[in-house]
Design a protein around this ligand. Structure first.
Ligand code: PLP
Length: 375
């Protein structure tokens, strides 16, 4: 059996929507983007969403919108995709890592205060694999030290914890519509916020700092635009938004199927003596973006190779980023500094998880995992 690591859920309706845009006059940022932004905000129960071309851009621009730059420190987790920490560096600031919780792999909110210095300006928690961090505690710390909170919600569109959703307690939440995400336009991203001034600033930052977007410039009598601030070029365009609209309508249906699959995996590995699963906390709805297992670190790479030989697509999300060459060389990080993130990074294997995965395929994955890990 061959089981792909990921298969997207782009439907004929999504394709028809994109073709509709391609047959129209306006391909770039226009009404379809506005419609998606409005509907995404409504889904999250957040006031504003600004569509961009990636979550990396969403993180970068959010930091800039809140005035974070050279000389500033931003607290984040080493157990994430490099985009999180890279965006801090792109903004000119310095990432400061805090270790993670062993059960969830999310940033350990109890360790954050120890990492705060006079230069700390923001906390950038990552809702890893789909489960939200302890946002109540993080907000409390941020209020105490007057820090901005920007949530990396690339994995967590559908998540909630203690009844709180992404973007609710954070000053901004950043999302990804990358090729393997829960809804996808191949590449894409957004920032959601309840702060109107920041939303307006983000609209400028995504388009060179221009005072008017293309739709405003060309849909009416021509009006001159001004450049008020220095911006970037990462505006979401209509073709991307068209692909996402109908996926957003179906987002809970897709989530339910992933939830079922995760429950099958969790039940199968509950009593396992070699394989461990991370925990979804009782008061938490995980967006179920990635399903990762932990195996003994010394055996991880060979186990992964055997999964692949059995036809199962796998990935590693993630090796602790402070150990990657650039981070070691630039910031002097060494093994031993964030031991829990390192252990998870050395032990983790991500299994296939997507709505199109059949029960038979899930059972095959479980069978192979058990056979390989007990051999
Ligand atoms: C946790 C996390 N943050 C940010 C990103 C960056 O997203 P994008 O590829 O849309 O820039 C990713 C991408 O996979 C991610 O996993």
């Amino acid at each position: 059996m061959k089981i792909e690591f990921y298969k997207h859920s782009v439907s004929q309706k999504d394709i028809d929507n994109a073709v509709g845009v391609l047959n129209s006059l306006f391909l770039t940022t226009g009404e379809v983007v506005s419609e998606f932004e409005y509907k995404f905000s409504r889904y999250l129960d957040c006031k504003y969403t600004v569509g961009v071309t990636s979550c990396t851009a969403a993180l970068h621009l959010s930091l800039l919108a809140y005035g974070i730059g050279p000389g500033d420190e931003v607290i984040t987790t080493p157990m994430t995709f490099i985009a999180t920490a890279n965006a801090i560096i792109h903004a000119g600031a310095t990432p400061v890592f805090v270790d993670v919780e062993p059960d969830t792999a999310n940033i350990d909110a109890n360790l954050i205060e120890n990492a705060i210095t006079s230069r700390t300006k923001a906390i950038l928690p990552v809702h890893l694999y789909g489960q939200m961090c302890d946002m109540k505690k993080i907000r409390e710390i941020a209020n105490k030290y007057h820090l901005v909170v920007i949530e990396d919600s690339a994995h967590a569109i559908e998540a909630s914890r203690d009844g709180i959703r992404p973007g609710e307690l954070g000053d901004a939440a950043c999302f990804s519509y990358y090729a393997t995400k829960n809804i996808t336009s191949g590449e894409g991203g957004a920032v959601s916020t309840n702060n109107e001034e920041i939303a307006e600033k983000l609209k400028k930052l995504r388009l060179h700092g221009m005072s008017k977007g293309a739709a405003e410039r060309y849909s009416k009598q021509y009006e001159h635009w001004d450049m008020e601030i220095l911006g970037w070029k990462c505006n979401m365009y209509n073709i991307q938004a068209a692909l996402l609209l109908n996926q957003l309508e179906n987002i809970e249906k897709y989530w339910q199927r992933r939830e079922q699959i995760c429950e099958m995996y969790e039940e199968a590995f509950e009593e396992d003596s070699v394989v461990t699963c991370l925990k979804v906390l009782p008061n938490s709805k995980s967006a179920r973006h990635l399903f990762t297992i932990l195996v003994p670190p010394k055996r991880r790479d060979s186990i992964m190779g055997q999964f692949q030989e059995s036809g199962i697509g796998v990935a590693v999300n993630f090796r602790a980023i402070h150990l990657l060459t650039f981070y070691r060389q630039t910031f002097g990080y060494e093994r031993g500094m964030y031991p829990i993130a390192e252990k998870i990074g050395d032990s983790t294997i991500t299994l296939p998880l997507y709505p199109k995965l059949s029960n038979e395929e899930v059972q095959y994955v479980i069978k192979v995992v058990k056979e390989v890990t007990t051999s």
